[in-house]
Design a protein around this ligand. Structure first.
Ligand SMILES: Nc1nc2c(c(=O)[nH]1)N[C@H]1C(S)=C(S)[C@@H](COP(=O)(O)O)O[C@H]1N2
Ligand SMILES: [Mo]
Length: 406
């Protein structure tokens, strides 16, 4: 709804309630005075997120963190990026929520109530890294269309639920199964009930991993609405688009799932490297699976001022999709020389790892601290933006912060 139309339809009191803000002195305002409001719906209040979070789009809602907001070892809701392809479901009836398992490769379709899922199967908790495939897109040139994520479309919360593999075993999977596809209760932007906003999935080997969950809790509480309440598929280490929110159906497929945004160019990159700006045929694109090695300096905030002679304690997180991060380094001379950071092992597979270092600067002046992670196969982050691709996925270039020594 545009602002003018919104204002015409809503009085001041309703405006205040829709916007989610108290309008100061509303009772004494002149009758035709309309407070300046960009859009009905205040995302900070709506989603309980921190005022420093950056809204990239409001239809659908897309919101990212800044590097320094991601300092917690376990990402709290208020700093968790929100990425929606459609409209958040409005009326969720938890007591009647059901999960349907169907598809060509199911032995016999079956429906589980949420209650059944919670009571019939053993529950597990893991901290799982979810990074949007388009995180870092804003740095590609020529630019790629889509949300211009900088560095903040990544999170690592604690998720609790049941293993997808236990449910698949319970229902029975045919020999010819190759993929699972999810379906969620969100609404296509066009509001056409026959269209899905997104319906992606993962190959069977990923579906059957111990850490692939049907989650109903995030950080020990009900999953917040924006993140998929009351049930969500979680496939950590892969593009977060594989982790379906508001989950109500899983189809066991005898072919690669063909739901919305499964087909190239969505969440796909050229199978062979291309020049920046080159046209790529859809048949020459491959679906993204494990995310590449990456890291983020979460302390200090870029722009820090340090007294000459004092040490700077830096810290952050590193992750590498399906792999573990084996080494973490920093540079204060634009990558000319590197020093090692202390690096923790992950709390569990597919969780990000924490690093820290005590940095000394030789003299006063302007510095950048760069961070570089290397995965267990010896592959490290590139210093510059990696291979251009039409949709701007998989930018895992080194993160850097500016520091001034006074
Ligand atoms: N049903 C549904 N699931 C979805 C999406 C969506 O729009 N609808 N977006 C996907 C994408 S592209 C990402 S990056 C993650 C974002 O998860 P978050 O909003 O909880 O951070 O959810 C994924 N799951
Ligand atoms: Mo995404």
């Amino acid at each position: 709804m545009d602002r003018r139309k919104f204002i015409k339809e809503a009085g001041l009191a309703t405006a205040a309630s829709v916007v989610g803000l108290d309008i100061v002195f509303s009772s004494t305002l002149p009758e035709n005075y309309i407070p300046l409001v960009k859009e009905p719906g205040n995302p900070y209040k709506l989603f309980g997120i921190d005022p420093e979070m950056t809204v990239l789009n409001n239809k659908p809602w897309n919101i990212e963190a800044k590097a320094h907001l991601l300092d917690d070892k376990i990402t709290p809701n208020k700093y968790m990026f929100v990425r929606n392809n459609g409209l958040i479901p409005q009326s969720i009836d938890v007591s009647n929520w059901e999960l349907v398992i169907d598809g060509e490769s199911v032995v016999k379709p079956r429906t589980y109530s949420l209650q059944e899922l919670k009571t019939k199967f053993k529950q597990y908790s893991y901290q799982l890294t979810l990074e949007c495939g388009g995180n870092g897109r804003s740095e590609f040139n020529p630019p790629a269309k889509g949300n211009q994520w900088t560095v903040g479309a990544v999170s690592c919360a604690k998720w609790t639920g049941v293993r997808l593999r236990d449910i698949l075993e319970d229902v029975g999977v045919k020999e010819d199964a190759v993929y699972i596809g999810y379906h969620g209760a969100d609404v296509h932007l066009s509001k056409d009930p026959n269209k899905e906003a997104i319906s992606r999935g993962v190959p069977m080997y990923k579906a059957l991993q111990n850490e692939t969950l049907l989650a109903f809790k995030m950080n020990d509480k009900d999953i917040p609405l924006a993140h998929g309440y009351p049930l969500r598929l979680i496939a950590g280490g892969w593009p977060a688009s594989a982790s379906g929110k508001w989950l109500n159906r899983i189809s066991i497929r005898n072919k690669i799932h063909d739901g919305a945004k499964m087909k190239a160019p969505s969440y796909s990159v050229p199978c062979h490297a291309v020049a920046p700006g080159e046209k790529v045929k859809e048949s020459d694109m491959c679906i993204i699976e494990s995310m590449p090695v990456k890291s983020l300096i979460t302390y200090p905030k870029t722009g820090a001022m340090i007294e000459a002679g004092s040490k700077l304690e830096i810290r952050g997180h590193a992750w590498a999709g399906e792999l573990e991060v084996a080494k973490m380094e920093y540079s204060i001379d634009f990558g000319a020389t590197w020093k090692t950071c202390a690096l923790d092992r992950p709390t569990n597979r597919l969780a990000w790892q924490h690093f820290r270092a005590s940095v000394e600067f030789p003299q006063k002046g302007y510095y950048e601290v760069w961070a570089r992670a290397t995965d267990e196969k010896g592959v490290c982050q590139p210093m510059l933006v990696p291979g251009w691709n039409p949709k701007g996925y998989l930018n895992n270039a080194c993160h850097r912060i500016a520091v001034k020594i006074k």
